[in-house]
Design a protein around this ligand. Structure first.
Ligand code: F6R
Length: 607
């Protein structure tokens, strides 16, 4: 959601900004803009739409500028128009501001500034910052920005460029992520490390309340009280190849195919080199006496947390509840010093999850983050962290991070059971041996791709699709439905199959495809009975099953998508694969923007 980039060096700033903004497209946005200083004058170009529209607006004549800031905006205050696109400028067009997050007190600030004579030209909350900085600027831009953000309420990351100070970019952060970086002969800013891959050799994440100035020679950061901050620079280790499509048509397709590796890496890091035991760095600090667990998460991460409910209730005999993070604060969760809260988030920046973490900590819970990116806000505000090792995910629809979350949560549950019991739980060795085979089984599961592609042609005109499952596959039904609606815009619902008779059965007719996840095991026969009920109402049944040759199943299902047989943590992961492929191919068949579906953002930093 919204992306920030900045460059100050010796090269063409505008082309760097465009290239970096393209790398941030995955975050989700609906307009883009840049501001640079060319021959002592601030030049700003903004466009509603995609970065390519901005590129077209810039034309073929390069701007002679070596310093600039750029932004992709996901509209919150004001429609996605050229006028509302960032950067925003002060009355004289000398100071340009880009901003992620929300200035919550923008209305009173705007009134006060308007009374003082400032003239506004957009509906955004951001523009107040440009005018506020203008009103406070007495020649010391850094100080003006510090005083301006001190008056602002809410969560934000800000970058400021002034034509009166062409040798620096000023930055400030509270809540929303921001990094500064150094490379050969240049310094950078960004909301996200992928924009700087291959350019910055080291980056530093700003902590909340920090602000600073970035010059050609480096950066200087300060705490809110003006004290210089040393901070810890991180070497940039991600490979730029990770953010290329590598021969696939879409990032989502590439990321679906990366799952043997992303799940494999996540497991490998948490098991001993022999594969015989668990080794989870970070778990040793979790108190062993917790008597109940809350998982807090949003969207796809919530579905992974829901899978963990089932896995943990098996592995650890304690009550475990997955709660949608934005709802967590609206109830009165039972939190005591013996509560363990696990915050699950791919980005580590989701504001609802972060707020749930803050609430849990303020009430005395032990909070563990399960995140895909180190140094994220959720990790920093938790007592400890466990990582998924999925690598950077560019497709807005989460795929490889979801399966990595299931793997990591499953292993975390096993490790906590071991820690509480003092010895490995019975069956740990077998479970780990099965997990060692999982990457190979994911490769096998991906072989269903061609069949899914053909099926997608049949489903592309559906207006409603149901996903039904029982037990640990119920959250996978929820995830299958979410994936389909996100990228194909077809309405889809996931339900526990046992609930069908209590309402959703009313939807079933010959035009309603029903995806039924049928895994061998205690719920299998009941699922087949549900299939009978759907068939009796002429529903179109697609069975996703690890018993694809069972004559009873073959008799009932119109289509069968096979899944390799498995148990435990592997089972929900393997059943996810055909559903991700189905969402992908239905979206491709409908011609939607698969990697950047409408209205969605990758990192949701507003409540
Ligand atoms: C769906 C999707 C979202 C995210 C949700 C939480 O494909 O990507 O539902 O799962 O916004 O994001 P994180 O995991 O970054 O907290």
């Amino acid at each position: 959601m919204c992306g920030i980039v900045g460059y100050i060096g010796k090269e063409d700033a505008a082309s760097f900004l465009l290239q970096s903004l393209k790398r941030l497209e995955y975050r989700g946005y609906d307009s883009a803009g840049i501001a640079v200083i060319e021959r002592g004058r601030l030049v700003r170009v903004r466009r509603a739409g995609k970065v390519r529209d901005l590129e077209a607006a810039l034309g073929d004549t390069p701007l002679a500028a070596t310093v600039g800031i750029g932004h992709t905006r996901w509209a919150t205050h004001g429609a996605p128009t050229d006028e509302n696109a960032h950067p925003h400028v002060d009355c004289n067009g000398r100071i340009a501001v880009i901003h992620n997050g929300i200035i919550e007190n923008h209305a009173p600030l705007r009134r006060k500034l308007a009374d003082e004579g400032h003239v506004f030209s957009s509906d955004t909350d951001t523009e107040v910052l440009a005018h506020l900085i203008e009103s406070l600027d007495d020649g010391n831009l850094l100080e003006a920005v510090r005083r301006a953000v001190a008056q602002a309420e809410g969560a934000f990351a800000v970058a400021v460029l002034s034509q009166d100070h062409p040798d620096r970019i000023i930055v400030a952060k509270r809540g929303s992520p921001l990094v500064v970086g150094r490379g050969d002969d240049a310094s950078f800013i960004s909301s996200d490390v992928p924009a700087l891959l291959g350019r910055a050799s080291e980056v530093q994440f700003l902590a909340d309340g920090e602000f600073g100035e970035v010059t050609r020679d480096g950066y200087h950061l300060f705490a809110l009280d003006g004290r210089p901050v040393q901070g810890t620079p991180h070497r940039v280790s991600m490979d730029p190849v990770a953010i290329q499509k590598g021969g696939y048509k879409h990032f989502m397709q590439k990321e679906i195919h990366e799952q043997p590796r992303s799940v494999g890496e996540t497991i490998r890091e948490k098991t001993e080199p022999t594969g015989a035991g668990l080794s989870l760095p970070g778990v040793e600090r979790v108190p062993t006496d917790f008597d109940h667990v809350y998982f807090v998460a949003c969207g796809t991460a919530y579905h992974a947390a829901k899978v963990a409910e089932y896995l943990w209730e098996d592995a650890l005999p304690v009550p475990a509840h997955a709660v949608i993070a934005s709802e967590f604060r609206l109830r009165n969760p039972h939190i005591t010093p013996r509560t363990l809260v696990v915050a699950v988030s791919q980005s580590g920046e989701t504001i609802d999850t972060l707020m749930a973490v803050r609430l849990a900590r303020s009430r005395g819970a032990h909070v563990l983050a399960l995140v895909n990116s180190e140094q994220s806000a959720i990790e920093r505000e938790s007592h400890g962290a466990v990582y998924t090792r999925a690598g950077v995910e560019i497709g807005v629809a989460a795929t490889k991070t979801f399966t990595a979350q299931i793997a990591a949560l499953g292993l975390l549950g096993m490790a906590l059971a071991e820690r509480r019991g003092g010895i490995p739980a019975p069956g740990t060795g077998d479970a780990l041996r099965e997990l060692a085979l999982l990457p190979g089984r994911i490769v096998e599961a991906l072989r269903v791709e061609e069949r899914v592609k053909t099926l997608a042609e049949k489903l592309r005109r559906a207006s409603d699709v149901l996903f039904l499952a029982r037990g640990v596959l119920y959250p996978i039904a929820l995830e299958g439905a979410l994936k389909l609606k996100e990228i194909s815009y077809i309405h889809a619902e996931g339900y526990p199959a046992g609930e069908m008779k209590h309402g959703p059965i009313a939807l079933i007719d010959e035009d309603t495809p029903v995806l039924m996840l049928a895994a061998r095991g205690p719920a299998y026969d009941k699922l087949l009975s549900n299939m009978e009920e759907v068939k009796a109402r002429k529903g179109f049944v697609v069975a996703v099953s690890d018993a694809p040759d069972d004559p009873n199943l073959v008799r009932l299902a119109d289509e069968v998508l096979p899944v390799p047989a498995s148990t435990g943590i592997a089972l929900p992961i393997l059943f996810t694969i055909p559903l991700q492929l189905l969402a992908y191919y239905v979206a491709v068949a409908r011609g939607t923007d698969v990697d950047q579906p409408r209205n969605l953002a990758k990192t949701v930093t507003v409540e």
